[in-house]
Ligand binder design. Structure first.
Ligand SMILES: [Ca+2]
Length: 211
């Protein structure tokens, strides 16, 4: 190899090295992104929609809605600070991924819209909703997809309004024994419109009490 060839080969070597480093960086970033959405949770807010995603482990997540309108407080979401508060939220979408997850909602509000997907694992989901004083109407729209595993859903309402619209759906992927319990306490005279949709795998129990 003459001197001229040596001079021309060095830039090519640098180009190859640069491409190699770029590929390594891309792989590292891809692994980091995958790990960040799997081992840790995320909670991005887009407009009025908050999407909460748990980890692939067994999570114990608590979500408080209210008492201020649009306020949501998260605890137990890996990667998200406990007690972190979100505002102007009208729609809440929660996925717990794999693991035997515990998901609890405490709602002090007269309007709640929640979509839950518990993915794999034997999961438990509970919702307690209490309407605010001085409000005459309330609405709750809950959608549950329990994925695989035998899961337990419990929903309790404490109503102080004269008109309450409730719509809930319970679906699952492959589980054979699913349990859904609904308790409704109407504290004042009024009307409750409850629309329930559950597929055949759910043992659905409803307890209604009124003043
Ligand atoms: Ca999980």
């Amino acid at each position: 190899m003459n001197i001229e060839n040596l001079r021309t080969s060095r830039p090519q070597h640098r180009v190859l090295k640069s491409k190699y480093l770029f590929a390594v960086q891309v792989i590292i970033i891809a692994v980091f992104v995958f790990a960040s959405t799997a081992v840790w949770g995320v909670a991005p807010q887009t407009g009025s929609t908050l999407e909460v995603t748990g980890s692939i482990m067994s999570d114990s997540i608590e979500i408080k809605i209210g008492p201020s309108v649009g306020q949501v407080t998260l605890s137990g979401v890996p990667g998200v600070s406990d007690g972190q508060v979100f505002t102007s939220v009208n729609n809440l979408v929660v996925s717990t991924l794999q693991g035997d997850d515990s998901l609890k909602f405490f709602i002090e509000s007269s309007d709640a819209r929640i979509v839950v997907d518990t993915w794999l694992g034997a999961d438990s989901v509970s919702i307690e909703m209490v309407t605010l004083p001085g409000v005459s109407q309330a609405s709750a729209i809950f959608s549950f997809d329990t994925g695989t595993g035998d899961d337990v859903m419990e929903v309790k309402f404490d109503s102080n309004v004269s008109l309450f619209d409730v719509a809930m759906s319970f679906t699952r992927l492959t589980a054979t024994v699913e349990t859904a319990k609904v308790e409704f306490e109407q504290q004042v005279p009024g009307t409750v419109a409850m629309n329930l949709l559950a597929d055949e795998a759910f043992a659905l129990g409803i307890l209604f009490a009124h003043c």
